[in-house]
Design a protein around this ligand. Structure first.
Ligand code: HEC
Length: 332
């Protein structure tokens, strides 16, 4: 009897172990290898800073689109070589202009955090899972703040591959140091026409400044060449995860359809899962196929910090069945 019970228990366990580990959106994570993604607090380090003399050698290299961020700021063992703690503490200034990297430091904010990322795909979808340890400030009931994870996704634009989200971050964005006043923004026909007073993320090749779109011919060529950046995001607020699907080009816009993503906070950790359609016919979605290597820039809003006060990653790649920083294996 006793041995039988043990045998039955072992058998049950084997059955259990061989069942795919399905995520909330139907992903099978059994074969997925987890990779650590390092994120840092950038303060007001914008595309203008990065391409300027304030960034010294970095500025010269980026202007000519030669070396990428990781080349100069990541050590051989993957360790970050960047003064992120000093930026978060508000204690360092830019070398030439002497502008602070963070004019409004948040008390006790860490400079660096780490997230775990996994990817898998099947015939229809690419799944991306992101987890990070957190106090869950936005998740708690009645907190009146939120936490968030966002992914920028693009497979064609060479400068996105090298510099990631930074190609969309500018001094004149809402809450950045040179942001125009709300009055100025709403008086502009483009923003005013949408009843808006905020300047949002835009790719440097789609606008020369908040109020200057690049010529139409250039924009349509860039769109044809895959210069639009897909954007997916999950907001964690008051015990609810809400998914968004959007894009960045000459502006950052959310689409009307809800994003296919979900997540939760539990046991000191946020967990987020995104589901991206392969071969999507939607022009605002990333154009994903088996065999592709796509570049991803990740941003995490933690501790209930909003707007620009997030952590960001250098761009990393996901390969759909092919070698990349994270190789997604096919599951079905
Ligand atoms: C060619 C090498 C190079 C590249 C490429 C480069 N940087 Fe830098 N970066 C530097 C150097 C050198 C400094 C320090 C400048 C100084 O203090 O003299 C620096 C400083 C910084 C700082 C200020 C904090 C600090 O540690 O001094 C930030 C933020 C930063 N870089 C971000 C980036 C990002 C983001 C990218 C990619 C978009 C990038 N860098 C690409 C070389 C580079």
């Amino acid at each position: 009897m006793r041995t039988n019970a043990v045998a039955a228990a072992i058998l049950l366990m084997m059955v259990f172990l061989s069942v795919p580990v399905n995520g909330a959106l139907g992903a099978d994570w059994t074969k997925a290898v987890a990779a650590d993604v390092t994120l840092f607090y950038p303060g007001v380090a914008s595309w203008e800073f990065l391409t300027s003399d304030d960034h010294r050698l970095g500025g010269r290299e980026i202007k000519q689109a030669r070396k990428d961020c990781r080349h100069c700021h990541l050590g051989k063992g993957g360790e970050l070589d960047l003064k992120a703690d000093e930026i978060a503490a508000g204690s360092i200034k830019m070398k030439r202009s002497h502008n602070p990297f963070e004019p409004e430091p948040l008390p006790g904010k860490k400079g660096i955090m780490s997230a775990k990322a996994q990817a898998a795909y099947d015939d229809e979808f690419l799944y991306i899972k992101v987890e990070w340890e957190s106090k869950g400030a936005g998740w708690s009931k009645g907190a009146k703040k939120s936490d968030r994870v966002s992914l920028q996704i693009n497979k064609a634009e060479p400068t996105f591959k090298k510099y990631g989200c930074f190609i969309t971050c500018h001094n004149d964005l809402n809450t950045m140091p040179e942001s125009p006043s709300k009055k100025e923004v709403s008086a502009n026909p483009y923003y005013g026409g949408q009843q808006r007073d905020d300047v949002r993320l835009y790719a440097y090749y789609a606008r020369s400044a908040w109020d200057q779109r690049r010529p139409e011919g250039e924009l349509s060529k860039k769109l044809k060449d895959g210069g639009r950046i897909d954007l997916v995001s999950i907001e964690f607020e008051n015990g609810v995860a809400t998914a968004f699907d959007g894009w960045i080009f000459d502006d950052r816009r959310w689409e009307d359809k809800a994003g296919d993503a979900t997540g939760a906070y539990s046991k000191g950790k946020y967990s987020a899962e995104f589901k991206l359609k392969l071969k999507s016919k939607d022009q605002f979605d990333a154009d994903l196929f088996e065999g592709d290597v796509v570049s991803i820039g990740m941003a995490v809003h933690d501790d209930g910090a909003s707007k620009r006060k997030h952590y960001v990653s250098f761009p990393f790649t996901i390969g759909l069945g092919v070698a990349a920083d994270i190789k997604a294996e096919k599951t079905k």
